[in-house]
Design a binder for this molecule. Structure first.
Ligand SMILES: NC(=O)c1ccc[n+]([C@@H]2O[C@H](COP(=O)([O-])OP(=O)(O)OC[C@H]3O[C@@H](n4cnc5c(N)ncnc54)[C@H](OP(=O)(O)O)[C@@H]3O)[C@@H](O)[C@H]2O)c1
Length: 224
């Protein structure tokens, strides 16, 4: 159904940066769909629609998304859900490496592919990646699975950007900053709401001219 206000779909919407993005887009009067594994009271109170029980790493789970939004025409899809585990050389847990590839790289690709029929021509897609996925910027090593998964997500983002030009869909590959969420034990240097506000500014500036670029939420262009 065509709506007057922007229709925004956000994964990992129950907490952290995803929840702050729900708040940001509600403040902009968007119609917000929050996708999550389990909802939270704040998400329930804010979102126009909550789609729970969706694990982005499971094909059958993501397939259920279609029924949950098939009455909507989506203007913005934000693939935000992600996980971070730390592996150290000599003691690498390949199960966590694989999990990060499944959630952080394959998850956003799967969700995007599933929702493509419901995206407007001219819609936007944001992939919340990390500068830890930058090979050029890796000055400290370790974090094998996280770095590999975010580099893979960046590669997928570039292909999506190329493939979706024909539908006038722009793709932003966005690092949120070092953000005070559970993922980093709240050790970040900006709050989730500041990160969400900056990410929304980058998404505002996303066009078919700069599609497929890798941005820090502060506006800096990041190296691959
Ligand atoms: N915080 C930072 O400094 C930082 C820096 C760079 C990039 N990022 C990226 O920003 C994004 C959001 O992170 P955050 O800091 O907000 O982390 P967070 O507070 O740990 O939140 C992670 C979100 O992802 C969801 N999620 C995890 N695994 C999932 C799965 N298999 N299926 C569906 N949802 C899943 C979580 O849901 P549950 O509640 O169900 O676990 C939660 O909603 C991630 O992609 C992360 O890599 C964060």
């Amino acid at each position: 159904m065509r709506r007057e206000n922007l229709v925004v779909v956000i994964t990992g919407a129950n907490r952290g940066i995803g929840l702050a993005l729900v708040q940001e887009y509600k403040a902009r009067d968007a119609f917000v769909v929050g996708i999550c594994r389990s909802s939270s009271p704040t998400l329930d109170a804010l979102a126009d629609r909550v789609v729970a029980d969706i694990d982005v790493s499971e094909a059958a789970s993501v397939a259920r998304l279609a029924d949950a939004i098939d009455d909507l025409e989506v203007d913005l899809l934000i693939n935000n859900a992600g996980v971070l585990y730390g592996e150290t050389l000599g003691n690498i847990d390949y199960a966590t490496v694989l999990k990060q590839l499944e959630v952080n790289a394959m998850g956003p690709l799967r969700v995007t592919e599933q929702l493509l029929p419901y995206l407007n021509d001219g819609a936007k897609i944001a992939l919340i990646t990390s500068r830890m996925g930058s090979i050029a910027d890796n000055g400290s090593g370790a974090y094998y699975g996280y770095r590999m998964s975010k580099a893979a997500l960046n590669a997928a983002g570039k292909s999506l950007a190329r493939d979706l030009v024909s539908r006038k869909i722009a793709v932003g590959i966005l690092h949120p900053g070092f953000v005070q969420t559970d993922m980093v034990n709240h050790a970040g240097d900006i709050s989730a709401s500041v990160a969400a506000c900056r990410l929304a500014e980058r998404i505002d500036g996303l066009t078919l001219e700069n599609t497929g670029s890798f941005w820090h939420s502060n506006g800096e262009l990041l190296p691959w």
